[in-house]
Design a protein around this ligand. Structure first.
Ligand SMILES: NC(=O)c1ccc[n+]([C@@H]2O[C@H](COP(=O)([O-])OP(=O)(O)OC[C@H]3O[C@@H](n4cnc5c(N)ncnc54)[C@H](OP(=O)(O)O)[C@@H]3O)[C@@H](O)[C@H]2O)c1
Length: 257
């Protein structure tokens, strides 16, 4: 049977990470032979990372231990799979050039999803601290295109649990919540587990090849005010909303730390 007709094999870089673990779990649950390229475990490896490796191992995930500098090892890993997803942590975004080089050498990869998973960096002009952040991600997009690698760039919008934690501090016993700007700006908060599932589906969907896919689900669009009101309803508490005006946020973003 031709490889295309079979279930695609997926390799995930950063699979032990915050969002990567959801990609790995979704890949397994959707029946894909799943591989994770991870740094060799050692005394410095966090216990939660080791727990995940054990979980993956018992779920049949192939864990390939190696560094991003090990070109031949990465090429050999790539030759076993069809699709590559990178969920490497932000400081390692430029290191994805090494993955791109290895994909070119391997020559068999049908789709590459680099570590984007935020806003669409080709569409927005953020405040200064985030310009450099997004510029690094843009460079990886351009390098992927220039190498002629079939890609899908994913704009996952906000990770829901991550942002709920930031915007509500639900574990904080205090009764005041900092509101950013007027609190009415809308954001898309997508649950991390869903992002994992959408990403595996999108990676396998021919319609998403060489496209940017944005996870913009109407029921997930919410303002900070609405979020606080939902939390008040759920907990029966009333929170004091402490405003940081938009002008102050802009000034803060322009100051040098
Ligand atoms: N939209 C949002 O709300 C949102 C929120 C957070 C993050 N993000 C984005 O999501 C992507 C993934 O972020 P994340 O927070 O999930 O990542 P993370 O958990 O910080 O790290 C992911 C993995 O990167 C690997 N890694 C860490 N340091 C490394 C190093 N020095 N060298 C090589 N590998 C290293 C680790 O894997 P091993 O230890 O197994 O090697 C780690 O598990 C990023 O692009 C980030 O910007 C988006």
């Amino acid at each position: 049977m031709a490889r295309e007709a079979e279930t695609s094999r997926i390799l995930i870089f950063g699979g032990t990470g915050y969002i990567g673990k959801h990609m790995v779990r979704a890949s397994v649950s959707l029946g894909h032979p799943t591989y994770v390229y991870a740094r060799p475990a050692g005394p410095q490896t966090r216990p939660s990372n080791l727990d995940l490796r054990r979980e993956f191992h018992s779920a049949g995930v192939h864990i390939i231990e190696g560094e991003l500098e090990e070109h031949e090892k990465i090429v050999a890993a790539l030759k076993q799979v069809d699709i590559v997803i990178s969920t490497l942590t932000y400081p390692q975004v430029p290191d994805q050039l090494k993955i791109i080089d290895a994909i070119v050498s391997a020559g068999n990869i049908k789709r590459f999803l680099p570590s984007d998973f935020g806003c669409d960096e080709d569409k927005i002009t953020p405040l200064p601290p985030f310009q450099e952040f997004l510029e690094k991600k843009r460079k990886i997009r351009r390098a992927t295109e220039a190498a002629g690698i079939p890609f899908t760039f994913v704009a996952a919008n906000c990770f829901a649990a991550y942002f709920v934690n930031f915007l509500l501090h639900p574990h904080d016993p205090r009764d005041d919540i900092v509101v950013y700007g007027d609190g009415k700006a809308k954001a898309v908060l997508n649950y991390e587990e869903d992002i994992g599932k959408y990403t595996i589906k999108v990676a396998n969907d021919p319609r998403a090849c060489n496209r940017v896919v944005t996870y913009h689900l109407k029921p997930n669009v919410i303002s900070q005010h609405e979020l606080i009101s939902l939390w008040e309803e759920k907990t029966g508490r009333t929170f004091k909303r402490v405003y940081v005006p938009e002008e102050d946020l802009v000034k803060l973003s322009q100051s040098k730390f």
